[in-house]
Structures are given as structure tokens and as C-alpha cells.
Design a protein around this ligand. Structure first.
Ligand SMILES: *Cc1c(COP(=O)(O)O)cnc(C)c1O
Length: 441
């Protein structure tokens, strides 16, 4: 928490550093959401993060609910992870050759996630999904994929697509530079719309390589799969010899040790991972059925490669992280703390008189407060959110020492490092923040 919460937050150094950064880094950042475009203002420039706390260069300390957008499930600079990385880097950080530690992490992930028989490590979630979809296309000999509106699968061409008119449509590029031909192979449907998926299958017989979905959507806020939705996708894929790909880059090892697929008991053909499995180092992975994975080069004919793939620093950090996650009661404790935060914030919203105007979605340590009555079940309903009210709430939270992702459409993530004092401070801050938001609603 900030040294003196009664003093206004200091921002001079961050503002100067951010302006300076913009001279060489586009928009002052290396990933767009960090620039605060959705909420206005300029971001704190970070000096360090330890445990649940993140500190900027003006020496403001905040309780961190961004958690690096997912990886920091143990909080920051966790002792065992730092030790593992230190030990690894003393022996060199990349060799471009096989190591034992990558096999160890592969075995550990495969033991955790039942559907993963074989795996390949890459360096980002984007790479993982891009490669999994190429593999699915190579394996099935088909080109089209089905993707949900509002799900994020990284920034490769096939996934930067927007819906045209109509419920289920041919994708068109959502960014200049994406070839229309690439986007047209991506067919869009709202999340939780099983009938929409069925209709696409009917209209494109024998042409769908894969259905790609976040089993818990974590990139349009947090949106849960409705009852029967994931099972319905599984059934449709089986019926049409289409691969089911779960993008668990954010949900994997966050909602349960076995991922969202263990929580909902659905077995995808391929799974993509990232974030947590690299213990806050750059990482990604895709894995699944051995008969599919065996199509990957050098055994098979589907090409995929990476200079820094499986590098020992990331693999060691991942192993150390997963070891912590296996400690008895890890996920139930994380769920308890997250539940307290959600309940306290909900009470704060009611106290501010907007209890019926906001909607909380939560699965374990992934949660989101939408500034709309809800229910929020897909991107269309998420988009009803009052983003001006969200921005007011966001800035009030920041001023009160709570660091949230600067967008209505990002998850609030809790780590095992969050303390009772953090929870109290968060709920206190929420009272002020919801009062600020109430003025905009
Ligand atoms: C973060 C994320 C990605 C992209 O991962 P990067 O490491 O940022 O490339 C892909 N899919 C999902 C579900 C994610 O949350």
C-alpha cells in the first residue's frame, strides 16, 4: 500500500519517463493496452514488483491485480522462482540444443493436463495458438476455423478478425496488414452460441479444421462457459471430424492445476498454454493427442520451429512455479481469497448504490466487474458496459493504491501472494471507486 494514502499519488517521474519512451517506443510501450488508451491518462512506469505489490518510479506502491496479465500466480519475484532462474542462467540461457529441463517441464505439464500426450514449447502464447492452428489445418487437410467473437488468441493474422453483419459471418481483417484471404478462413460466432456453431458447420460441410475457444473467456473481461456449452462443442467437433482446441494460455494452471478442461471435464484435442507455465519468463506451449502432435516436424510434415523455444531460464521458472501450485490446498486458498475480494467489492457496489448496475463474473482467481447489469455471457453483452464509468472506477482505484488492468475487457487476477491486508485495502478502495463510477451511470 502507498506510504501515505492521504497524499495525492505522485506521477511526475512516470509522466516524464513515458513521454521520453514515446520518442523511441511506439506509443511509449511494447504492447498496446499498457498505454492506457481505454481509460485515459498516462501509465505508471514500473520500477519493481515483489509479492502482491508493484512499485512505480515515483515510489507509489500498489496492490497488483494485473499479475503481468496472467503469469504471476505466485505474485512477483517468488523466492523459489527467482532461485531457479538464477541457478539456470549461471549455466547459460540458451543453447539451441536439447536439454533435460525442457523434458522435465513437458512431463510435468503432461502429467497435470490429461489431454496432453505430447507437447512443444514456444516463446509466446501467440506462437502457441498460431502453431496449433497450423497443425490442425495440416492434420485435417482443411483450412477454415471457428473462433468466438471477443476471445483473444494472440495477434497472428488468422485471429485479428472482426465480424461483419449477421450472427455467424465470414471474418474480415480487424487490422490493416491482415490479408483478407487469411481472415476469410476464420468464421466468427458469439461465445456460448452453440446453435451458431452448428449453423457454421452446416454451411461449411467438411471444411472446418478446428473450433478454437477459450474454455473460460479471459480477454473480454471474464465470461464463463454456460452449462453444456463446452460439451456441445466437443460433440459437434466429434460429429464433423473437427479438432477442438482449448486456448488455455490464461486459464491453464490458473483456475485449476489441470486447467479449465479439468474443471469442466472436457477433453480437447489440442491445448495451448503460456503465461503461468513460464513462471513470468517468455513462454508458450501447445500439446494434445499424440497422433496429431506426431504430424509436427521433425517427425511429421507440419513445420514449426523457434530459436529460443524451451530455453532453460523459462523452463526452470516454469518448473519452480508448477511445484508451488502442487502444494496442498493451493487452489482452494486462492479461491477463498478471490471470493473474499469479489464479495467485498460487490458489497461496495451495493453501498455505492450501483449494485444492480454492475455484474461480477468470477471463476477462481479470474474475475471481472462489468459496468452493465448483465448477465454477461458473450461479447455482445460485455460490450453493453459503460466504459466511462469503468474509467472513473479504474482511476479511483489507482489513486487509492490498487493496480488494475486499464480496460473493462481485461480480467482482474489474484495471486497467492495477496494478503488479508491487501484484501481489506482493495475493498476500502472499491467503496470510493464505485462512488466515482456511480456519478457516470
Ligand atoms: C495472453 C493470451 C494469448 C497470447 O499470449 P502472448 O504470450 O501474449 O502472445 C493467447 N491466448 C489467450 C487466451 C491469452 O490470454
Amino acid at each position: 500500500m502507498r506510504a501515505d494514502n492521504n497524499m495525492p499519488r505522485r506521477t511526475e517521474k512516470s509522466q516524464a519517463a513515458f513521454a521520453h519512451a514515446g520518442k523511441v517506443l511506439v506509443g511509449g510501450v511494447n504492447s498496446p493496452v499498457r498505454a492506457f488508451a481505454a481509460v485515459g491518462g498516462t501509465p505508471p512506469v514500473i520500477a519493481k514488483a515483489i509479492g502482491s505489490q508493484i512499485t512505480d518510479i515515483d515510489d507509489n506502491t500498489y496492490v497488483d491485480y494485473v499479475c503481468g496479465y496472467g503469469p504471476a500466480i505466485l505474485g512477483h519475484a517468488s523466492e523459489s522462482v527467482v532461485t531457479a532462474i538464477n541457478k539456470a542462467v549461471r549455466n547459460g540461457t540458451t543453447y539451441g540444443a536439447p536439454t533435460e529441463v525442457e523434458t522435465k517441464l513437458g512431463m510435468t505439464v503432461a502429467a497435470a493436463i490429461e489431454s496432453i500426450e505430447q507437447i512443444r514449447f514456444v516463446s509466446s502464447g501467440t506462437e502457441a495458438v498460431m502453431s496449433a492452428v497450423r497443425l490442425a489445418r495440416g492434420f485435417t487437410g482443411r483450412e477454415k476455423i471457428i473462433k468466438c467473437i471477443g476471445c483473444y488468441h494472440g495477434h497472428s493474422d488468422s485471429f485479428l478478425v472482426a465480424a461483419g453483419s449477421g450472427a455467424a459471418t465470414l471474418g474480415s481483417p480487424s487490422s490493416p496488414g491482415v490479408p483478407a484471404g487469411a481472415a476469410a478462413q476464420t468464421l466468427l460466432v458469439e461465445y456460448n452460441d452453440l446453435a451458431g456453431v452448428e449453423a457454421i458447420f452446416k454451411e461449411n460441410p467438411g471444411q472446418i479444421a478446428a473450433v478454437l475457444v477459450e474454455p473460460i473467456a479471459g480477454n473480454m473481461g471474464v465470461v464463463l462457459p454456460g452449462p453444456g456449452y463446452l460439451q456441445g462443442l466437443r460433440n459437434l467437433c466429434d460429429e464433423h471430424d473437427t479438432l477442438l482446441i482449448f486456448d488455455e494460455v490464461i486459464s491453464g494452471f490458473r483456475v485449476a492445476y489441470g486447467g479449465a478442461q479439468s474443471l469442466y471435464d472436457i477433453r480437447p484435442d489440442l491445448t495451448t498454454l503460456g503465461k503461468i507455465i513460464g513462471g513470468c519468463m517468455p513462454v508458450g506451449a501447445f500439446g494434445g493427442r499424440a497422433d496429431i502432435m506426431q504430424r509436427l516436424s521433425p517427425v511429421g510434415d507440419v513445420y514449426q520451429a523457434g530459436t529460443l523455444s524451451g530455453n532453460p531460464a523459462a523452463m526452470s521458472a516454469g518448473l519452480a512455479t508448477l511445484a508451488e501450485l502442487r502444494t496442498e490446498g493451493f487452489y482452494s486458498r486462492l479461491d477463498d481469497v478471490s471470493g473474499q475480494i469479489a464479495a467485498g467489492m460487490q458489497a461496495a457496489a451495493i453501498e455505492a448504490g450501483i449494485g444492480a448496475k454492475v455484474c461480477f463474473n468470477r471463476v477462481g482467481s479470474m474475475m471481472c466487474c462489468f459496468f452493465t447489469p448483465g448477465p454477461v455471457t458473450d461479447f455482445a453483452s460485455a460490450s453493453q458496459s459503460n466504459t466511462k464509468a469503468h474509467a472513473a472506477y479504474f482511476h479511483a482505484m489507482l489513486d487509492a493504491g490498487i493496480y488494475l488492468a486499464p480496460s473493462q475487457f481485461e480480467a482482474m487476477l489474484v495471486s497467492s501472494a495477496h494478503t488479508d491486508a491487501d484484501v481489506d485495502l482493495t475493498i476500502q478502495a472499491a467503496k470510493t471507486a464505485f462512488a466515482a463510477a456511480a456519478k457516470m451511470m
